[in-house]
Design a protein. Structure first.
Length: 583
């Protein structure tokens, strides 16, 4: 499991919450004066559907606002398709609708990743004489981004502005900028910001923050600071989000003096660091192994009246685990509980990973049992981590039991789970179990070459070279090109079994298929030819290595030294093996 990653409190817009697109309602009465308290009555989908059917039978009907509130509640429960179905029933019953209702339905389609259907709602606006609003097109743009239709999303913004369909506001522009930044197009987002500066809709702090945050995430802190200075010159009111992005970016680059400067600057502007700000600093220090400094920062934040949250404690726990000090991490875990902060599944995963890395599998398994006792549930990461841990210490029986438990109570195993199992089975010679599991999984045709690399490597190491080659050949039939590791694994298998012609053929094949060999590939094949005393052919590969700027590693060099002791002429055959290519 990778180290803990701090949850980001960034300034991007989430999918339109229905609170942003609904009319204002709190306690709502139907037209007949009957109070309908949707929030109290609706606890599940069946409640919502039942209330809807009761409402449509009322005479007179409840107001449209009540139906909006019902659909709003259903969206918060993620029953998007049901919202659409009930809306269609409303249309059949000729129940009046309004712009808020149409925005809710549009948003529901987008949340279902059905932007094509969302666009089909637009004619209802025209038929009902309802004017388009920025909210409608913001939903559509966000839906297009969710389906990775970047060009269509940007083009829709241009079309709305060009044809005066409605006036794009800061939120609509921000949605496009955020979508671009999240997909690595920070410069395009910056260009859009510049376009706004010269247009009718001037960017506000929200728009600038999106670009500042993206530049920081890209590691381009200089550009982010320059943009901050521009904001000051234009009298854009900076806020905590602006500084949190800059502080997070500075922490990730280890620029602690810049962090101190930003802290001072924000306080001078009466912008005070919050738990997010402090946690970013704590996480950055922990990632650098400065956990004691991180704990000192936590003490300071408490003195300032800012209480650490679960994410703060998780960051420090992870910092200790990364240093191999899992007992200290457990101390933080216990302090957190003493302060009535309930550990989340990330807290447990951090500790379990720490114990497994230290080969303290018994404690990891004990924690696994505690999770459900405290009202939480292990997730896929939990099981994957502990499976890796038990295989690391050779407890294959426990691994099988843990996997069986996972199948029985959930969560559903993923490709990482299956890769871990296969690797463990092969590692301890449980080839039949591995092959049986692989055959069961083969129907899924996992679209990840790393999964097949595990299988090919396991088969090769257990002497099943024909079977490994068969899996290798299968990759092309499922449209999954082998990567350099796949080829290198097969070449290793051939060399181990003395099949040097096949190894050489595989090397040339990878070149022809546009997958150039790397340093490891050449080291493997040089060792193979060395062991079989094929010195003249070995010389060819050593020359190729030198031409590509590759060098021998310690194990290959050591093998060569042993060969040279018995055959001094080998060194004369390969002048490329001078000191610059050996280490």
């Amino acid at each position: 499991m990778r180290g803990f990653s701090l949850r980001k409190y960034n300034n991007c817009i989430p999918f339109l919450s229905s609170s942003a697109i609904r009319c204002c309602y709190s306690s709502i009465k139907g037209n007949a004066g009957v109070t309908i308290n949707v929030e109290n009555e609706v606890k599940c989908l069946d409640d919502a559907v039942s209330l809807f059917h009761r409402m449509v039978r009322m005479n007179p009907l409840p107001s449209v606002a009540v139906f909006c509130k019902l659909f709003d509640t259903m969206i918060s429960m993620e029953h998007y398709s049901s919202v659409v179905s009930l809306f269609q029933e409303m249309r059949k019953l000729r129940i009046p609708i309004n712009e808020f209702m149409l925005n809710i339905v549009t948003n529901s389609y987008c949340l279902m990743h059905r932007s094509d259907c969302a666009f089909s709602v637009l004619p209802f606006y025209l038929k009902s004489g309802i004017l388009f609003s920025g909210v409608t097109f913001t939903s559509l743009i966000r839906g297009l981004f969710a389906e990775n239709r970047l060009k269509d999303a940007v083009e829709l913004l241009k079309k709305v502005a060009r044809e005066n369909i409605c006036e794009p506001d800061q939120i609509m522009y921000g949605t496009v900028m955020n979508g671009l930044c999240k997909r690595g197009h920070t410069q395009k987002a910056l260009s859009l910001l510049r376009l706004m500066e010269h247009g009718n809709t001037k960017p506000d702090v929200y728009n600038y923050n999106i670009v500042v945050d993206a530049l920081c995430k890209d590691g381009n802190l200089v550009a982010a600071i320059n943009l901050l200075n521009e904001m000051k010159q234009k009298n854009i009111l900076l806020n905590i989000v602006t500084y949190n992005s800059l502080i997070d970016g500075s922490c990730k680059l280890g620029q602690w003096e810049k962090v101190k400067t930003l802290f001072s600057e924000m306080v001078n502007l009466n912008i005070y660091p919050n738990v997010i700000t402090f946690t970013m600093v704590i996480d950055g220090l922990c990632k650098e192994g400065k956990v004691e400094d991180a704990e000192e920062v936590m003490k300071r934040m408490v003195e300032k009246g800012v209480e650490p949250d679960i994410i703060t404690y998780n960051a420090i726990m992870d910092g200790y685990c990364l240093r191999g000090q899992v007992d200290r991490a457990r101390r933080i875990f216990d302090i957190m509980i003493d302060k009535c902060i309930e550990p989340d599944i990330i807290s447990y995963n951090i500790l379990i990973n720490g114990y497994c890395k230290e080969k303290k599998v018994a404690k990891a398994m004990q924690l696994l049992g505690e999770i459900s006792q405290r009202g939480s549930k292990p997730n896929t990461v939990t099981y994957n981590t502990i499976l890796q841990g038990v295989f690391e210490v050779g407890r294959t029986g426990d691994a099988k039991k843990i996997f069986d438990e996972m199948l029985r109570v959930g969560p559903t195993p993923n490709i990482c789970t299956h890769s871990t199992l296969l690797d463990g089975y092969f590692k301890y010679g449980l080839v039949e179990e591995a092959v049986l599991l692989f055959n069961e999984l083969a129907r899924r045709e996992y679209n990840d070459v790393s999964f097949y690399n595990v299988v090919i490597n396991g088969l090769c190491k257990n002497g099943k070279l024909d079977e490994a080659h068969s899996v290798f050949e299968k990759l092309s039939s499922i449209g999954l090109p082998p990567d350099v590791r796949t080829y290198t694994t097969m070449i290793t298998g051939f060399c181990i079994h003395g099949l040097l012609d096949e190894a050489k053929s595989m090397l040339r094949k990878m070149e022809d298929n546009g997958c150039p060999p790397n340093n490891v590939t050449y080291r493997v094949i040089v060792q193979g030819f060395l062991r079989c005393s094929k010195f003249s052919e070995m010389e060819t590969f050593v020359k190729e290595m030198a031409d590509r700027g590759f060098s021998l590693d310690a194990s290959t060099a050591g093998l060569l030294v042993n060969v040279v002791r018995e055959n001094p002429s080998v060194l004369d055959m390969t002048p490329e093996l001078h000191s610059k290519n050996m280490y």
